[in-house]
Design a protein around this ligand. Sequence first.
Ligand SMILES: C[S@@+](CC[C@H](N)C(=O)[O-])C[C@H]1O[C@@H](n2cnc3c(N)ncnc32)[C@H](O)[C@@H]1O
Length: 152
Amino acid sequence: MTAPYVPTPRDIAIEMLKLANVRPGEIVVDPGAGECGIVTLAVTVFNTIGIGIEINPALVRSCIESFEKLGLRGRAYVVWGDLFDFDYSIADVVTLYLGSDINGKLRPKLMRELRHGSRIVSHDFEVPGLKPIKSVIIKGPFREHRVYLYIV
Ligand SMILES: C[S@@+](CC[C@H](N)C(=O)[O-])C[C@H]1O[C@@H](n2cnc3c(N)ncnc32)[C@H](O)[C@@H]1O
């Protein structure tokens, strides 16, 4: 089960991280990180530790190059692998832009592993079986985006 690479626009990513009330020093994990745009913003704008998980090696390389370029060594990480193999217990915030099917398949794992009070923020797709505590519509450059917030 996979999702194609479509990046979350920068402004939408910032709003996602704000909605999740991301605080400095927290660990933000982006399963299916693409070129690590969300991870990079979480680290550079919100002063967090960011971890991306990405299955496509070309995108992983792109993440590493941009971390190097921005001097984010020790603050931004990318794992090359399947997002279903990662242990999410480390995360304070999980950002999703995957699809309802993958979100639904990932839900039991997130519920098992995430700590009480961790947040999940999902772009455009709900997490089936979870009730969002908030959902907002954000105007992007080309369309409206919906963002769902869940608290574990
Ligand atoms: C829609 S993009 C989202 C990229 C990024 N999270 C963002 O919002 O800008 C989904 C990404 O998930 C990756 N992906 C899909 N299935 C995956 C899997 N099972 N494990 C790891 N990455 C996966 C794809 O390669 C793609 O880069």
